[in-house]
Design a binder for this molecule. Structure first.
Ligand SMILES: Cc1cc2nc3c(=O)[nH]c(=O)nc-3n(C[C@H](O)[C@H](O)[C@H](O)COP(=O)(O)O)c2cc1C
Length: 390
């Protein structure tokens, strides 16, 4: 795939020959500082000491749309954590109402809760303590205020054990369908108010094909819409220097893409022209992955308030951890769920396929599900980067 991309982007045999020799010296492993957060915070804090950094060191490993890590944390109030959404890290084109941002606040809260239980602490999470945001915009008010209380009756949650293994996996999945007991555990782990989860797999091949087709259509639209592909480019980090500097976004460290970028042939300030061969190649590669995806998972809610969006994010994080516990991978497919006008047809189609009437229900998450080769972790900025000045 890399070679194909390389040739498509570069086109010229001379450049290819001149560059290939240098590529063997490159590694596609991500730079260690970008992954330091995955080493964990070490031993649990001693009783009587402040546990909050330890809790946050787990929460930051949560999935977040585009890996933006739009979390800001205020620790000024002893025994409490106040969480804000970092409004300098939004996706106005692909997430125009910040619905995925709210879900990504929820994923953080879910991991924080698991870590607190591990210490015998009850995390009382008050969502929107100063009131909920309106439906289209978010503002400076906090998304959650968490009060930490010792509670001897609490038991650790087994999902905690999988925080460090969870990955968003964008590889090709094996044909083997997820086992029924795994799907049952995922569904039970994601139980939340107003929420229904569902699956489609090999027992409903026609329906699964329809899911695959909607995902293909939506992905193509996202890549062919100039302002949405440019938004993705803005958070693309190519090569070790960019990855280590930002420690967020979507990392590409494949030698061929690095070479193309270094040669100035991958211009991320311009949307690709219609019919661009690199985009066509990406669509083809992703279609091939979709065509062999054995199952899809979804999570719908009745209603779409900010509270429900955050709760959907909590449910998704738990679902993905439960999948991890069963050796299963997930990759969200957000394109068809996105509210920008070009996605109207896939948006209606996926709602219809999962039985969620658009007037009352929202598909908050839709994901590939299956067994896949292991992948490495994604960068994190670390706890310090999220802390508001004390
Ligand atoms: C609300 C939400 C939407 C997401 N949408 C997508 C998506 O459309 N495609 C994708 O590949 N990953 C998607 N992700 C996964 C993130 O890109 C991923 O969590 C992030 O890159 C960090 O990687 P990690 O999950 O392996 O830690 C989404 C995650 C969340 C929470």
């Amino acid at each position: 795939m890399e070679r194909r991309l390389f040739i498509r982007l570069i086109g010229g045999g001379v450049v290819t020959a001149a560059t290939v020799g240098t590529l063997s010296a490159c590694s596609s492993e991500l730079p260690a500082p970008a992954l330091a957060a995955w080493n964990g915070p070490g031993q649990p804090p001693a009783p009587g000491t402040d546990p909050r950094h330890w809790l946050l060191a787990h929460a930051i490993l949560a999935p977040h749309s585009h890996n933006l890590q739009s979390w800001l944390v205020d620790l000024r109030e002893a025994g409490h954590i106040t969480l804000y959404c970092d409004r300098s890290r939004l996706l106005p084109e692909t997430d125009p109402f910040s619905r995925q941002m709210m879900m990504s606040q929820g994923t953080f809260l879910a991991l924080l809760d698991l870590a607190a239980r591990q210490l015998g602490l009850r995390a009382d999470i008050e969502l929107f303590p100063q009131g909920e945001f309106g439906p289209t915009q978010i503002d400076q008010r906090p998304t959650a205020r968490i009060s930490l209380q010792p509670d001897a009756s609490l038991r650790p949650d087994p999902l905690f054990q999988h925080i460090f293994q969870r990955r968003t996996n964008r590889e090709a999945y094996e044909a083997t369908a997820p086992a029924a007991d795994a799907m049952a555990t995922i569904a039970a782990s994601a139980a939340a108010p107003h929420t229904v989860v569902g699956f489609v797999g090999g027992s409903q091949p026609q329906l699964r094909d329809q899911h695959r087709q909607v995902a293909m259509d939506a992905w193509r639209i996202e890549l062919e819409t100039p302002r949405t592909i440019l938004e993705s480019y803005r958070y693309l980090r190519v090569g070790p220097a960019e990855i280590a500097e930002h420690r967020d976004g979507i990392s590409i460290n494949a030698p061929l893409v690095r070479a193309v970028t270094a040669l100035g042939l991958f211009d991320r300030t311009q949307a690709p022209k219609p019919g661009d061969s690199a985009v066509a190649g990406q669509i083809k590669d992703f279609n091939a992955k979709l065509a062999t995806t054995p199952a899809f998972f979804w999570l719908t809610t009745q209603g779409n308030t900010r509270r429900i969006q955050v709760q959907a994010g909590q449910a998704y994080a738990r679902a993905q951890l439960a999948a991890t516990a069963h050796g299963l991978s997930m990759q969200p497919l957000s394109q068809a769920l996105q509210e920008y006008p070009e996605q109207a047809v896939p948006y209606a189609a996926i709602h219809q396929l999962v039985g969620a009437p658009v007037t009352t229900h929202t598909v908050q998450m839709w994901a590939r599900l299956g067994h896949a080769p292991a992948v490495g972790p994604a960068p994190r900025r670390g706890v310090q980067a999220l802390l508001l000045p004390v």
